[in-house]
Each structure stands twice: as C-alpha cells, then as structure tokens.
Write a protein that binds this ligand. Structure first.
Ligand code: HEM
Ligand code: HEM
Length: 177
C-alpha cells in the first residue's frame, strides 16, 4: 500500500511562492509601473505587462503540473473549512487568468486611445505585448486586482489560523525543504 503524501511537490511549492511574490508586487506596486502620477513617477508599462504575462505563463505550467501531480489530501478539518479553502483556491486560479487577460484588453484600450505608443512594448524584449480590444473585459482589470487583495487577506489569515491556532503545521505542506 502506498503512503499518501503529506505535502505539495517541490515544483508546486516553488511555483506557488514565485507566483505569490510576483503577484503581491503587481497587486500593490503594479499600478505605479503603468500610470504616471502627475508625471512624477517613472512609469514602465513594458515591465508591468512582462511580469503580468509571466504570472499567466507560470499559472498554465502550474495547472498542468497539478493535473499530473495532485495535491496532498486535506489535513483533518471541519467539512465547511475544507470546502471553503477549495473554493478560495479555485477563485485564485480564476483570478490568475482573468487579471492578465483583462490587462491585455486594458492595454488594447490604451493603445486605441491616448497611448498608441504602447503598441511597441515587448515582453522582456522577446515578443510584442499581446493586446486586444474588448471594453467590458478591460473594465474588470482594476476590479479583479482589488478582489484578489481580499482573497489574499483571507488566505493569509486562514494559513496563520491553522499554523498558530489549530497548530496543525499547515505551512510545512507549502514550505521548501
Ligand atoms: C497572492 C499570493 C498567493 C496566491 C495567489 C496563493 C495561491 C494559493 C493556491 C491557489 C493554493 C492552492 C494550491 C493547490 O492546491 O493547487 C495555495 C496553497 C497554500 N498557500 Fe498560498 N497563495 C498566495 C500567498 C500565500 C501566502 C502569503 C501564504 C502564507 C501565509 C500562503 C500559504 C499557503 C499554504 C500553507 C498553502 C497550502 C494549503 C493546504 O495545504 O491546503 N500562500 N495558495
Ligand atoms: C497578474 C498580473 C497583473 C496584475 C496584478 C496587474 C495589476 C494592475 C493594477 C493594480 C492596475 C491599476 C488598476 C486600477 O486602475 O485600479 C493595473 C492597470 C493596468 N494594467 Fe495590469 N496587472 C497585471 C497584468 C497586466 C497585463 C498582462 C497587462 C497587459 C498586457 C496589463 C495592463 C494594464 C493596463 C493597460 C493598465 C491600465 C488600465 C487602465 O488605466 O484602465 N496588466 N494593473
């Protein structure tokens, strides 16, 4: 009989933390890259799009890896908490697609409007920033980023509650060796 794993694979763990660092940076400081406030802050829209597309690519890799390497079974916890955490993880994955894709639509709107020069931006000098015009989708970029800050707050509070209140060592499941 094989023993069930008690933690995520190293690949899943590294993808989780690299994505988390990039996403947290973009959620809180990404706006300053793409907008110049009163002309004061040096905007770097190419870097904003490059980091955003990187997050999207890492998410695709992560889901492919997850299909081939399922996560460990849940720690013992009340059913509502297990269901809640699955729903929250699903919402994160949805946002990890929706945010960059709506960003591409927002980019299309800026290019068609007051920033035609953004059409020349590249992803780390490799290829042009993908963009398209779809007004309803472009309008949810800011909304989805704010929603994700809320999801992050819930996720961190839940992780800390498990670690320090339930003392079930949940963080170990997502910690590199
Ligand atoms: C924006 C940043 C973050 C995102 C998008 C994110 C997303 C996720 C997702 C989607 C999962 C589920 C993995 C799966 O089953 O496929 C997960 C698990 C986990 N995350 Fe995060 N996370 C973030 C930040 C953090 C932070 C800051 C902490 C630490 C406080 C953390 C701790 C954990 C832990 C411990 C698990 C494993 C939960 C379990 O064993 O069921 N995450 N995260
Ligand atoms: C996970 C990745 C991303 C995050 C977290 C993120 C975050 C943000 C944030 C916080 C803002 C300010 C929103 C506001 O006005 O309240 C913003 C604006 C913007 N982002 Fe992103 N972004 C991401 C990916 C992308 C991508 C991939 C593109 C384009 C290819 C993009 C293009 C834009 C554009 C054009 C704006 C200005 C939108 C406007 O003025 O309505 N973003 N982004």
């Amino acid at each position: 009989m094989s023993v069930s794993p008690t933690r995520y694979t190293q690949v899943a763990i590294w993808l989780h933390w690299i994505t988390a660092i990039l996403l947290i940076y973009m959620l809180f400081w990404g706006e300053g890259l793409i907008k110049s406030f009163g002309g004061a802050a040096p905007a770097n829209p190419g870097l904003h799009a490059s980091l955003g597309v990187t997050i999207l690519a890492l998410t695709v890799l992560r889901l492919v890896w997850r299909l081939m390497n399922p996560p460990p079974p849940d720690l013992p916890m009340p059913a509502w908490q297990a269901k809640g955490s699955h729903a929250l993880h699903l919402a994160f994955y949805a946002m990890l697609f929706l945010i960059p894709i709506s960003g591409m639509a927002a980019m299309g709107r800026l290019i068609a409007g007051k920033h035609p020069e953004f059409a020349n931006l590249t992803i780390f000098n490799l290829f042009n920033v993908p963009y398209f015009e779809m007004s309803w989708l472009s309008s949810i970029h800011g909304l989805t980023t704010n929603l994700t800050i809320g999801l992050l707050a819930l996720h961190v509070v839940a992780a800390l509650k498990h670690q320090f209140f339930d003392k079930d060592n949940l963080l170990k499941r997502m910690s590199p060796h």
